[in-house]
Design a protein around this ligand. Structure first.
Ligand code: C5P
Length: 242
């Protein structure tokens, strides 16, 4: 269903604020993104509280460490019943392969549905100057994004997080059978907030995004259910016009 493409970013500091949103929206959206702020404030219990309200969880902790440590953490979050979690591609193929193997083993051993394992290619907050000048990457930004996406695919990851403007380069590098999760989404009439390059939900779906991460346009809306319904409508219209 189209609504399953929506992942609501729970960028709030407390369990109460997060659960008020989940209470209101339940399974009207595909999943809720729990990032390092909420997870570090509440601990893993926040996941069960979301499940109790019919929500699924994208655990956005962006693991980046030695393969053994990332594999161990991947086992833990698989056990927590996450629907999706992520690692940094620049941890390398050994790290990504270790995460995939640990996740699969744990899911099979426990009879849990396998979560989607997603890679972060290059943080979109980084400019090309920072990527090359500070971090010392020789490739241009687009090439680096494509290379990291390819490495993620070769390592067995299910997909990557990418801004909507990177979708075409990733599709070219990794094909259609690769999940793309896209933030920076703004309905036509919504404030851009601090996002610089935004796409509407319909545009992102037309560009080929599989999941859309949407925060403030939903969480800060006066009527969150109406905001979700309008987003679903925009996506449906875009799919019909394809
Ligand atoms: O409120 P808003 O819709 O801007 O929230 C977008 C969410 O997606 C936030 O949790 C933000 O950290 C995340 N994100 C992003 N841009 C990226 C990667 C993640 O906005 N490149």
């Amino acid at each position: 269903m189209v609504k399953d493409k929506i992942i609501v970013a729970l960028d709030v500091p407390t369990k109460e604020e997060a659960l008020a949103i989940v209470e209101e929206l339940g399974d009207k959206v595909g999943a809720y993104k729990v990032g390092m702020q909420l997870y570090n404030a509440c601990g893993p219990e926040i996941l069960q509280a979301i499940y109790d309200r019919k929500g699924r969880v994208f655990l956005d902790l962006k693991f980046h460490d030695i393969p053994n440590t990332v594999a161990s953490a991947s086992r833990v979050v698989t056990n927590l019943g996450t629907f999706m979690f992520n690692v940094h591609c620049c941890g390398g193929s050994a790290m990504m392969k270790a995460a995939v193997a640990a996740m699969r083993e744990e899911a099979e051993a426990k009879g849990i549905e396998k979560p989607l394992l997603i890679g972060v290619t290059v943080l979109t907050s980084l400019s090309e100057e920072e990527l090359q000048g500070e971090i010392g990457v020789a490739r241009a930004m687009r090439e680096q994004v494509a290379a990291m996406a390819r490495l993620a695919k070769e390592s067995g990851l299910d997909g990557v997080v990418a801004s909507a403007r990177e979708i075409s380069v990733i599709r070219e590098a990794c094909g259609d059978d690769f999940v793309i999760v896209t933030p920076g989404i703004r309905p036509r009439d919504a404030a851009a907030d601090d996002q610089k390059r935004v796409k509407t939900p319909g545009e992102a779906v037309a560009d080929g995004a599989d999941y859309l991460v949407i925060g403030r346009p939903i969480t800060k809306a006066a009527d969150r259910t109406a905001a979700v319904e309008a987003i679903v409508k925009d996506m449906e219209e875009s799919i019909q016009n394809q």
